[in-house]
Design a protein around this ligand. Structure first.
Ligand SMILES: C[S@@+](CC[C@H](N)C(=O)[O-])C[C@H]1O[C@@H](n2cnc3c(N)ncnc32)[C@H](O)[C@@H]1O
Length: 284
């Protein structure tokens, strides 16, 4: 039972309730959801702790808390997510952008600046977090962003508009490279589905709210890496690069796969948990 005497007690009892239901970040989630309902920033909550909420606000908040104890991710409840300091709309048609993917974007951005890259292909764009952030950070680039899901592309197009970069991105529906005709890119970047069926069964309950097609890859997690490896030479400039987010459990197999197709490993970058996360490859 939540105590709505004031915002302080409401947050305290919500945190306890979420903890009781094994929600790991109970305090953070209680605060983020209340900010969403009250439409205020988290920094404002502290000064509001003696205020009360209206009956209507309490009703909406209770529904949010109920959704959260069923393990629905906070971002799907609020409909938004932050990535690279930008705001993104999300819904159940797209994967929620992950912090690890920021490493991929940061690596790409520094290579784009260093090498003056212009044409980028973002394969498997989902929410558009990679394409939109790159377009936001780099002048004079043009991005083609592909996804098989038209529902996902509706979200990514909206995110490009919200962040003021719609004119720098062309969104295209397609099964991997099928709809890309006669075009060469300086960089192919991708965070493809890469979770093996075996890994999927053991994932946190929150993951089951996300689209399975965005997560799971056949062929022991290699299916989409394989598609990129066998097609990339047709779409890459002679000195072009491929940047991939890695499933760290199969990173060596991924490197071997690309070496088989005569791409040269430049480097693997580890994430904050010291796991192989980003692979940079060169054509030739
Ligand atoms: C892991 S999510 C990545 C989303 C986003 N780029 C990110 O980093 O958060 C993979 C995306 O690949 C898309 N996808 C799955 N199969 C595909 C295919 N055959 N061709 C193109 N995109 C595909 C899914 O719809 C999903 O949006």
């Amino acid at each position: 039972m939540l105590d709505a005497s004031n915002i302080f007690t409401l947050l305290k009892t919500s945190e306890e309730f979420l903890s009781l239901h094994n929600i790991k970040e109970a305090k953070l989630d209680a605060e983020v959801l209340l900010c969403f309902v009250l439409n205020v920033k988290r920094s404002a909550l502290f000064t509001m702790r003696n205020n009360t909420v209206t009956e209507e606000q309490l009703g909406i908040y209770q529904k949010c808390i109920q959704r959260r104890i069923k393990r629905e991710p906070v971002s799907y409840i609020t409909g938004k997510s932050e990535f690279m300091g930008l705001n993104f709309k999300v819904n159940k048609d797209v994967l929620i952008p992950r912090q690890e993917t920021e490493l991929l974007v940061e690596t790409a951005s520094s290579l784009i600046k260093k090498n003056g890259c212009k044409e980028i292909l973002d394969m498997c764009t989902g929410s558009g977090c990679i394409a939109v952030s790159l377009a936001h950070e780099n002048d004079n680039i043009f991005i083609t962003a592909v996804d098989i899901s038209k529902k996902a592309l509706a979200v990514s197009s909206l995110n490009a508009e919200i962040n003021g970069v719609a004119s720098k991105i062309k969104f295209a529906a397609g099964d991997m490279f099928d709809n890309i005709k006669n075009q060469k890119f300086d960089i192919i970047i991708s965070n493809p589905p890469y979770i093996t069926k075996e890994e999927f069964i053991n994932l946190e309950k929150e993951l089951f709210f996300e689209p399975e097609t965005a997560l799971v890859a056949g062929g022991d997690g290699l299916f989409f890496y394989n598609k990129i490896a066998e097609n990339a030479k047709n779409y890459l400039d002679d000195d072009g690069m491929i940047l991939l987010e890695l499933n760290s459990n199969i990173s060596q197999k991924i490197v071997e796969l690309f070496e088989k197709y005569e791409f040269k490993k430049i480097k693997i970058i580890k994430d904050y948990s010291n796991l192989d996360r980003v692979l940079v490859l060169k054509n030739g």
